[in-house]
Design a protein around this ligand. Structure first.
Ligand SMILES: [Fe+2]
Ligand SMILES: [Fe+2]
Length: 72
């Protein structure tokens, strides 16, 4: 169940999952976001910077802000 409420301005998020399976392989990653970055209209984003596992001879580097979400 999704509960919309005001969150701690200093919060961050963790994410652990496998990516979708494309071109016959998927990747695993475990990451923690940066702190909440306030935006106009009471929204916020988080920066992410992590590498996936090596599968099929390569890995992916993901960095940058995620999608804006309500609250701070
Ligand atoms: Fe957040
Ligand atoms: Fe890949």
């Amino acid at each position: 169940m999704y509960v919309h409420g005001k969150s701690d301005p200093a919060h961050n998020h963790g994410s652990v999952t496998h990516t979708s399976c494309d071109h016959g392989h998927s990747h695993y990653y475990k990451a923690v976001s940066g702190p909440s970055l306030p935006m106009p209209n009471n929204y916020h984003v988080h920066d992410w910077d992590f590498n996936t596992s090596v599968d099929d001879g390569h890995r992916h580097h993901i960095s940058g802000p995620d999608m804006p979400a309500p609250g701070v």
